[in-house]
Structures are given as C-alpha cells and as structure tokens.
Design a protein around this ligand. Structure first.
Ligand code: OGA
Ligand code: CA
Ligand code: FE2
Length: 498
C-alpha cells in the first residue's frame, strides 16, 4: 500500500514541469479532480507549490551530495588501488597533519568473490592461479607456490638448524603479573564475568585460562577441576562470587600441575624454528621471499624487515587451537617489531602481522587441515564461539564444525590479511574473522612454514622504526621513499643470528 502511494506521488511529480511558475493556476485542481471548493483556493495552491519547491531543492541538494562524495571516493580508490572489497566505511573527518603527510597506500588484493580465480605472475615464464577462499577474512590459495625441491630444502634446513617446542609446558611470569596488578577477587570476578550476570559460566573461565597459562581446558576438564577443588558447592556448573572467593589465585593451575599436563592439552603442540631469508641465506629462502613480495605487491622493504620464515613440524596428534596471528589494536598497545621506535614504554606488546603466508611443505596423510571457524560468517560473536559445550576454537575436536578448512597439499600456499584496511591506505582494525588453527594430525606428520609480514597500524611508528633499522637520518629521505623505493636495502643488524 505504501508502495502504491509512493508510485502515485512519483507519477504526480513526474508530470510537474520544473518551471512551475508558469503553470496555469487551475491545473492542480484539475489533476486532483476536485470540485471548486475552499480546498482549491489560491492559498491551497501556494502551499502545494511551496511543497514542490522544497522537494525539488532537496533533490538537487541530494544530487550534489552524492556527486561530491563519489568524486572523493573515486579519488581515494585510484590512490589506494588495488584495494580490498572488504573495507569498513570511513569516518568523514578532516585529515590530521600526520595523514596529510603520508601518501603511501598499502596494496590489498581484491577477493572479488569466493571461488574467483585470478592469474598471478610470481616467477618468470609461468603464471600461477590464485583462488579466493573467503572474503572475511580476505583469504587466497595458490597451488604450486613452492616446487617439491623447495619444500624439501626448507624442511632439511629446518632440521639442520633444529626445532624447539613451540610451547613450553609451564608459562612463567603469570603469577607475578597477577601480583603486580594486585587485583581483589571481586575485581577478577568482574573481569571474567563477560556478560555481567554475577555468575561465571564455563566459557567465561575457559576463555580466560587459555590466555593466562596456555593450558587448553575442555568443559569436561573444568567440571573435573570444580569437583576436585570442591569449587562449585551448589553443583550448577556456575561459580558465584562467594564460590569464586573461596578459590586461591592460582588454584586452577596448581590443581592442573599436580594432576599433570600432557602436550596434547596445550594450546599448541608442535615444534618450530626460524630461518633467516636475507642476504647470504640459502637461495631457496631468498627466492621464496621475492615471490612473497610479488604475491602481496607490498613494498619490498616491509617484507625485508619482517620476521624470518618460521618452519613448523607437527607430529601425529599435533595441533594448534584456533587463534589470531596478530593482536588487537589499542592505543596503549605497541607492536613487538617496532618497540625500538615506541616513544614511551607501553604496557602491552603484541605481534602486528598484517599478512600471514602459510606454506604447506608436505601433504598430510590424515587430518592437519587449517581451519577458519568463522570465515565468511554473517556476524562475529566471541561469546558464541563456545556454546553448549561445543568449543569452535578446539581444533582437536571441532574442526568439522569450522566454516572453512584447507587441506594441506605439498607446495600450496594460502595467505590472508589479519587486519582490515583503515580505508585510507594503511592498516586498520584487527580482522576478527581471521581466527584460524591447525587441526589435529591423525596420520603422519605435517610440515608448514609461515611468512608473516609485520606492519605497525601506527604509521608514524612504522616509519620511525624503518628509519632506525635502516640507519637513515630523518631528514635525509622522504618517508614515502623509505617504504616504497628501497628495494635493495637489507636490514643490517636484525635477525643475523638466524
Ligand atoms: C600458525 C598456524 C596453522 C596450521 O602456525 O600460526 O596457524 O595449519 N598454523 O598449521
Ligand atoms: Ca557470567
Ligand atoms: Fe596461526
């Protein structure tokens, strides 16, 4: 009904000439087919005409607005190209001095749609196919990125160097941190009580314990601990503040350590090592780095100054529960790689890995897929990741419930963006959909390598860091050239032990 009314109104407006001042006075009455009465008076006509004029002025203003804004977006797009189809809307505010000074744009590959295949030139004389696996996160797969020989060399070099446990059994320093913060049981209870209902649900405790001590608890484990510690007096599976108060600060951890923790109960059960890829490194490692530069289209300096190649080996039964490779961006957070350039000491440090390139060095006999539990979900809700005792982050149990799984195939590379764009050509917020993990290997072993590309979401800090490590005086060269032009410059001092 409303639609009908709108159509009629539109039809009426369509027939209204824009030079309405020349209209014969009686026309509105005729069109509305009303009788000559008080309604068809001159004043009624004036009111209708005023309405039309205001309407037309509004339409013109709207057209101007749309024209002006799309003009601006086009300008941004040509500056940012190629950019992602998956950016958050920009907030329209006047650019700050910092923003005016920078005019570098980080390229982002277009995903187009899931299943879209694009040809990419990574080595001379051959094109690779790159398939879009998801848009949230922006995730691609490139079969044959590494040759069989390259895979073999990387595994051999890693073995030569020696691999170490990816996660130690007991995480040190957590108790001290808790003591330093000096929080009361009420304060801790409040922090844990995410939904603020005055009770601690199982998932509220589980989420916390993983961050705290790296031991992966299942809902059953937690019930067992409650029983062992007689923590849940009324047995309803929830902890009230009174029940919580009776527990000592490290009661959980002490209980677990007494009972013994197996490697399979850790967040990550694998071994790894790091391989330096700069000048003097094995040619295969340098070639891989060059290919990554061509794949991501990022300024070579950014890739040169990133972490070395991490090579990971999972034995049968190995896994890596779902996690983010990068941390969230808060004003008080500093990136590990740019801490040299931080102005003041920052209380929190996190990895800032703009892109993850993951290489499969062998094909796995059973299991070992890389799972993306919430890829292309319509919404993201952290709380519902653990629901009704099904924990989507648990890659030993629930990989089959992940939205997306990539089967490890020798030589294939997958890569994704851990951050969104800020809409102005730089790194924006963490992409929560980039959550991923390594499913349990059920047969054989699994070898992968990670190439992380570190970029600080704080543009000024990234620039300062580059100036520091490249040992260039601040005034000597333009900021933009630091990021885009220094293709041949290698970091002189970092990663030399690798
Ligand atoms: C990692 C990781 C996934 C996998 O090493 O950070 O997420 O499939 N690996 O091994
Ligand atoms: Ca609660
Ligand atoms: Fe990861």
């Amino acid at each position: 009904m409303t639609d009908n009314q709108e159509t009629q109104d539109a039809a009426a407006e369509d027939t209204t000439p824009s030079g309405s001042a020349t209209l014969p006075l009686r026309q509105p009455c005729e069109r509305l087919s009303c009788h000559k009465s008080s309604v068809c008076s001159r004043s009624y006509f004036v009111v209708v005409m005023v309405f039309f004029h205001v309407y037309i002025i509004n339409v013109i203003a709207l057209l101007f607005y749309v024209h002006y804004n799309s003009g601006q977006e086009d300008a941004n797009r040509s500056r940012d190209a190629p950019s992602s189809g998956h950016q958050r809307p920009e907030s329209r505010r006047p650019p700050s001095k910092d923003e005016l000074q920078r005019d570098i744009s980080l390229p982002r590959i277009e995903g187009i749609r899931v299943g879209h295949v694009q040809k990419v030139s990574l080595v001379s004389g051959r094109l690779h196919e790159m398939r879009t696996l998801s848009l949230k996160p922006l995730l691609f797969e490139i079969p044959g990125f590494l040759s069989e020989d390259e895979c073999r060399v990387v595994m051999q070099l890693a073995q030569l160097k020696g691999l170490m446990e990816s996660q130690l059994m007991v995480q040190d320093g957590q108790e001290e941190l808790a003591r330093e913060l000096n929080l009361s049981p009420e304060e801790i209870f409040n922090l844990l009580d995410i939904n603020q209902d005055g009770q601690l649900q199982l998932h509220e405790i589980l989420t916390h314990s993983r961050v705290r001590d790296g031991i992966w608890l299942t809902p059953e484990n937690l019930r067992e601990i409650y029983a062992g510690l007689k923590a849940d007096k009324d047995g309803n599976g929830l902890l009230s503040l009174e029940e919580f108060r009776l527990l000592s600060n490290d009661a959980f951890q002490r209980f677990l350590l007494q009972r013994g923790v197996k490697r399979s109960q850790l967040v990550r059960n694998s071994r790894h090592t790091w391989l330096y890829q700069g000048k003097g490194a094995h040619q295969v490692l340098q070639d891989i780095k060059e290919r990554v530069i061509r794949l991501t289209r990022l300024p070579p300096t950014l890739v040169d100054l990133s972490e070395p190649l991490q090579v990971v080996r999972y034995e049968e039964g190995g896994h890596y529960h779902a996690h983010h490779d990068s941390g969230p961006v808060y004003p008080e957070t500093a990136c590990t790689h740019t801490r040299l350039a931080a102005n003041a000491s920052t209380p929190f440090e996190t990895s800032c890995r703009y892109i993850t390139v993951l290489f499969y060095l062998n094909s796995v006999d059973g299991g070992g897929e890389t799972a993306f539990p919430v890829a292309d979900n319509r919404t993201y809700d952290e709380v519902s990741l653990i629901h009704n005792d099904v924990d989507l982050l648990d890659t030993r149990r629930n990989c089959d419930k992940s939205n997306l799984r990539v089967k490890p195939t020798k030589g294939t590379a997958v890569f994704w963006y851990n951050y969104l764009s800020d809409g102005r050509g730089w790194v924006g917020e963490q992409d929560e959909y980039a959550l991923h993990g390594g499913c349990m290997v059920t047969h054989g072993t699994k070898w992968v390598a990670n190439k992380w590309i570190n970029i600080d979401p704080d543009y000024q800090r990234q620039t300062r860091y580059q100036q520091l490590v490249l040992q260039q005086p601040e005034e000597e060269e333009d900021d933009d050239e630091d990021l885009t032009m220094n293709t041949g410059i290698q970091s002189p001092s970092i990663h030399q032990d690798l």
